[in-house]
Design a protein around this ligand. Structure first.
Ligand code: KG4
Ligand code: ZN
Length: 321
């Protein structure tokens, strides 16, 4: 049996969680900085780091209290070490290191992208092999997980990440920050056929979303106000989701992996979830919606499944030639 404390501070959520055996969340505490950055239309790294510093101790204490645990009963302390905003990462690493050192526990450095994928192990019976579609604010990748610690990057975005495209287009059409969830809600009431936005034709398993963003911009320039925001949102979302689903299904077919995992903030998108379930011939695993965006339970799960030495980093992992 393992019981890990996870710490996550790579962007704008200060989070700590306790997870048993990598599958069961005992406690999960999270303080979002959403309102701090909303006025800027994006995360301000220095403000984020300072807010993490103010909150990290109380968030960790709350996670341990909620789990009714003292640190000496932990198997180890896991923290995100990258990729992410360096000031925030430093706060999380220092806090996790201090607890690990004080209680003589192992300290596990966790790759943030790998942690997003490991969120899918929580509350499920998922085991490798599988194809993972990792769609977050900073990354869009298709990765072939042959085993818990053996992964091969098949493709990634050549420009904007999927979440970044959602956020930028959300802003363009006048939706509040962050654009992803707001655009998802608008799209539910819109007509996806109203605008025919391009599906970028990039070879292999790579993606490109910057042309799509420009296409939305060009479309609204020709429109009188008020813009048909719901139709713009639905048409944009449809273009993104179609490409993500198509390439992921292709990767599964080519590798014969037998299962698909969709993870990262954009995995919370309702159309992405529905279209995968409708179109995939193999089982598709999504983390619970609240575990798609940044959280610390996924960090603790990664510590359990990927071991104490995490040399598997999806951000630097070598590509298939
Ligand atoms: O994984 P995450 O929390 O942070 C990063 O590691 O980047 O992902 C955040 C991204 C943001 O771009 C946000 O707009 C997007 O995930 N997102 C969504 C939805 N919920 C969050 N995008 C589309 N539909 C959603 N429902
Ligand atoms: Zn993330």
């Amino acid at each position: 049996m393992s019981i890990y404390l996870g710490v996550e501070t790579s962007c704008d959520e200060t989070a700590a969680a306790v997870v048993r055996d990598g599958r069961s969340v005992v406690s999960s505490c999270l303080l979002s900085q959403f309102e701090l950055h909303a006025g800027f239309g994006g995360v301000v790294p220095e403000y984020a780091a300072r807010r993490h510093l103010e909150n990290i101790n109380s968030v960790i204490a709350a996670a341990l209290n909620e789990a009714d645990l003292t640190p000496d009963r932990l198997s180890g302390v896991a923290c995100t070490t990258g990729p992410g905003l360096v000031g925030g990462l430093l706060v999380g690493v220092c806090a996790a290191k201090a607890i690990a050192w004080s209680f003589n526990l192992p300290l596990i450095a966790v790759d943030h992208l790998l942690a997003h994928v490991c969120a899918s192990y929580i509350d499920s019976d998922l085991e490798p092999p599988f194809i993972a579609l990792l769609v977050s604010g900073g990354h869009t990748q298709i990765v072939y997980f042959k085993d818990y610690r053996q992964a091969e990057l098949l493709g990634e975005t050549l420009d904007d990440a999927a979440g970044e495209a959602f956020d930028k287009v959300g802003r363009l059409i006048g939706l509040p920050y962050p654009g992803g969830p707001a655009l998802d809600l608008q799209a539910a009431n819109g007509c996806a056929k109203r605008f025919s936005f391009p599906r970028a034709r990039v070879p292999g398993y790579d993606f490109s979303f910057s042309g799509l963003k420009t296409a939305v911009f060009t479309a609204i320039e020709k429109l009188d106000k008020p813009w048909p925001v719901a139709d713009l949102a639905a048409s944009f979302q449809d273009a993104v989701v179609a490409v993500l689903v198509k390439k992921t299904l292709l990767a599964e077919r080519e590798t014969g992996a037998g299962k698909i995992v969709v993870a990262g903030g954009v995995a919370a998108n309702s159309q992405l979830r529905a279209d995968f379930q409708a179109q995939s011939p193999v089982p598709v695993y999504f983390p619970r919606t609240e575990l798609c965006t940044d959280n610390a339970a996924m960090v603790a799960a990664a510590a359990h499944f990927c071991g104490e030495r995490q040399d598997l980093s999806l951000s630097v992992y070598s590509r298939r030639c």
